[in-house]
Design a protein around this ligand. Structure first.
Ligand SMILES: Nc1nc2c(ncn2[C@@H]2O[C@H](COP(=O)(O)OP(=O)(O)OP(=O)(O)O)[C@@H](O)[C@H]2O)c(=O)[nH]1
Ligand SMILES: [Mg+2]
Length: 251
């Protein structure tokens, strides 16, 4: 916990929220399983004088957080919200009596088709749960090499000076290093986590900067790959419609 730059992370979240046209009032970084900042969050809730709707992407822990808040406040509703590591666990609007005639409304989470998780088969969710702190995996690569994030996507280093690439994704994912010329064969042997018949698309990425600035490629639903800018030419193989963007690394 002490290793994470909270303010940097909060700034990043604020920027992302602003980009989609919303104005955040308070940002609290929270975990209901690790209890991070739960007290601050509960205090905020006790000041609310309206019903509270719990809205967000599927599988991010909305129902878990509701149950946590209720148990901390020694409230035992007839029915707690269901939780699971599968997406779309909450299927309907669920009203839960809170206090002073106020209600929590747990809502079904939404899924975005531009994220990798949208293309996963059901067994894959176990592999993508972020239960422990992310440990980055580092590869010092010469050009001509591919890293296959087994069953999910491929990252190829086409041209440029030798570079250290740091992969920040779920610790449970296996990474496989190979020569570019072998990567199609490896991919065909290893499609395990995506739904069947997902069309894969290649994206060419040219880094124009050559100033050693730390940059990253964020792959929606996975995490990000960070490295120093050295005019590299890269290639990503992703499910069609899955998005990525070049970012300043968050950590
Ligand atoms: N690491 C970690 N996992 C969590 C946390 N909160 C919930 N989870 C896990 O995340 C998964 C999804 O939790 P849910 O509470 O069902 O998520 P949800 O947002 O209600 O999902 P939908 O109902 O599909 O919208 C479960 O496997 C939880 O155990 C957390 O704070 N940290
Ligand atoms: Mg839920």
């Amino acid at each position: 916990m002490q290793y994470i730059a909270f303010n940097k992370l909060k700034d990043w979240v604020r920027k992302q929220i602003t980009l989609i046209g919303l104005e955040p009032i308070v940002i609290i970084l929270i975990s209901s399983t690790k209890n991070y900042f739960i007290d601050e969050f509960v205090e905020l809730l006790t000041k609310q004088q309206t019903d509270i709707y719990w809205i967000g992407k599927t599988n991010v822990g909305k129902s878990s957080l509701i149950n946590k808040v209720l148990s901390l406040q020694q409230q035992f509703p007839r029915k707690l919200s269901l939780i699971s590591y599968f997406p779309n666990t909450t299927m309907n609007l669920i009203a839960i009596a809170y206090r002073d005639y106020l209600y929590f409304y747990d809502t079904p989470g939404f899924a975005n088709s531009n994220e990798l998780n949208y293309y996963l088969n059901n067994n894959a969710y176990r592999n993508l749960n972020f239960e422990s702190k992310i440990k980055s995996k580092t590869y010092q690569l010469e050009y001509g090499k591919t890293i296959t994030i087994v069953g999910l996507f491929q990252f190829s280093f086409i041209e440029g000076l030798a570079t250290s690439f740091h992969f920040y994704g779920s610790n449970k994912l296996v990474l496989h290093r190979s020569k570019i010329e072998n990567c199609s064969r490896i991919w065909k042997q290893q499609i395990l986590l995506l739904k069947p018949n997902i069309k894969m698309v290649e994206h060419q990425i040219k880094i124009s900067k050559n100033n050693e600035e730390k940059i990253g490629i964020q792959i929606y639903g996975y995490g990000w790959i960070s490295f120093k800018a050295r005019k590299q030419q890269l290639r990503l193989l992703l499910p069609e419609n899955c998005d990525y963007q070049i970012i300043k690394p968050i950590l």
